[in-house]
Design a protein around this ligand. Structure first.
Ligand code: ATP
Ligand code: MG
Length: 425
């Protein structure tokens, strides 16, 4: 009896071979860039205690209120699939003593989980490359983070991202502003949606971050946090702007930029595009100077950002040129050739470590094998038939742009040097 087919969970995507080459290319570009700035990778589990996210992200946030995959495990512990990487990264850094009188520049890359409504650029399992730094309080570090992302966009051929900047000041300077903001929204209760009414007392700043188009006017008219910044935060922000000006990085100060997560202070930034519809934020970050303390560590200035890789890939896919196709496909006609071919391919891999060669398995006619050689994307078909086996030779035929070169027969002995020369491997 035929079994029903089991489908993947909605909003959780498979990456198929034709796409994984693009992911790999993007990921290696990221890794190389991070190494150039001296950042080191950290890996932490996909599952953490729910408490970690409640205490860091904040109870009154979309993520904790309605997006987390939370469950009780067999011991009765409350666990959650990580919805973001900052809290686990800070947790790991505290737990392993990485923050004691040390400066850290860390990065991570991996899947995050949020139960959102799936749509283009918004998934339930998505991937972030994130950077977190510890022990550097100044605006020079904020500028480094932004310059690093700007270099990444240049390297990927992206020229139309807009940098938006804001400062959230300190918790203390926000308190005064908060009162003014609540008073303003109280006057405009009619314009607030259900979520915002609920946040009015618990987390009024988050109302500024609303995605509800009907609320854009009331948000635009709200008092501005910039006007309430403490002196030190103002100076921090002005220095950062100066550093960006010096580096020729264009930006727009967006007073409504508050970020969805509670733990930010001072600098916040987003890189935004208008090419992904409503899901326009590709990279978001900022400073979170109080988070380490909030999670039980010693006060440690911290800042970072996260890039949504699905959104980034959507933007840059056409600029990436994955180089993963085999260089050569070995066509093996006849039983003797099948045996000899397997060994020949091994000898070639020994001689040429950079060579990517696929050896045909499973027999079949010359014609059907040749079709597979072509489909593999290889530049070159190497052919071993009865004659070639008998004479210790191989025939070579170029399959791509250089296909006009016809077919050539060489001795097996001469093959490694010939391949090295023709393929540059
Ligand atoms: P958004 O406002 O789009 O919901 P966010 O403020 O919730 O984003 P962050 O928590 O700051 O996002 O995450 C950083 C980045 O991760 C986002 O800018 C985005 O590129 C990406 N991202 C966040 N949620 C998703 C998702 N559900 N699917 C795909 N990418 C996402
Ligand atoms: Mg979100």
């Amino acid at each position: 009896m035929a079994q029903p087919i089991i489908q993947a969970i909605r909003g959780m995507n498979d990456v198929l071979p034709e796409d994984s080459a693009y992911w790999q290319t993007l990921e290696s570009t990221l890794r190389e860039l991070l190494a150039r700035y001296g950042y080191q990778e950290i890996r932490f589990p996909v599952v953490e205690k729910t408490e970690l996210f409640k205490r860091s992200i904040g109870e009154v946030t979309d993520i904790v209120e309605k997006e987390m995959y939370t469950f009780e495990d067999r011991n009765g512990d409350q666990l959650s699939l990580r919805p973001e990487g900052t809290a686990p990264c800070v947790r790991a850094a505290i737990q392993h003593g990485l923050l004691h009188n040390q400066v850290q520049r860390l990065w991570y890359l991996g899947p995050m989980f949020r139960h959102e409504r799936p749509q283009k650029g918004r998934y339930r399992q998505f991937h972030q490359m994130g950077v977190e730094t510890f022990g550097m309080a100044g605006p020079d570090l904020d500028a480094e983070l932004i310059l690093m992302t700007a270099r990444l966009w240049r390297q990927l051929g992206l020229s139309n991202l807009e940098l938006q900047l804001n400062s959230l000041g300190t918790r203390e300077s926000r308190a005064e502003y908060r009162k003014e903001l609540v008073a303003y929204f109280e006057q405009h209760r009619d314009a607030l949606d259900e979520d915002s009414l609920r946040r009015l007392q618990s987390n009024p700043l988050r109302i500024l971050d609303t995605k509800n188009p009907a609320m854009q006017d009331v948000v635009a008219g709200a008092p501005k946090l910039m006007a309430h910044l403490d002196d030190a935060s103002r100076e921090h922000f002005e220095t950062l702007c100066g550093l960006l000006d010096d580096a020729g990085i264009a930006y727009r100060v967006n007073p409504c930029l508050v970020r969805g997560l509670d733990y930010y202070s001072r600098t916040v930034f987003e890189w935004v595009t208008d090419q992904l519809g409503a899901q326009g934020t590709v990279c978001a970050g900022g400073r979170f100077d109080t988070l380490v303390e909030q999670l039980g560590g010693r006060p440690t200035p911290s800042a970072g950002f996260a890039i949504g890789l699905e959104r980034l890939l959507e933007l840059v896919r056409d600029n990436l040129q994955p180089d993963t196709a085999p260089h050569a496909y070995l066509v093996l006609v006849g039983e003797a050739a099948q045996q000899r071919g397997l060994l020949l391919a091994e000898q070639l891999r020994d001689a040429l470590p950079a060579l990517r060669i696929m050896s045909h398995c499973g027999g079949g006619s010359f014609k059907s094998q040749f079709k597979k050689a072509d489909k593999s994307g290889a530049r070159l078909a190497l052919i071993l038939g009865e004659d070639e086996v008998a004479q210790d030779t191989v025939s070579a035929k170029f399959l791509r742009g250089d296909a006009g070169q016809g077919q050539e027969t060489l001795t097996q002995e001469a093959l490694p040097a010939w391949l090295a020369d023709k393929l540059g491997v």
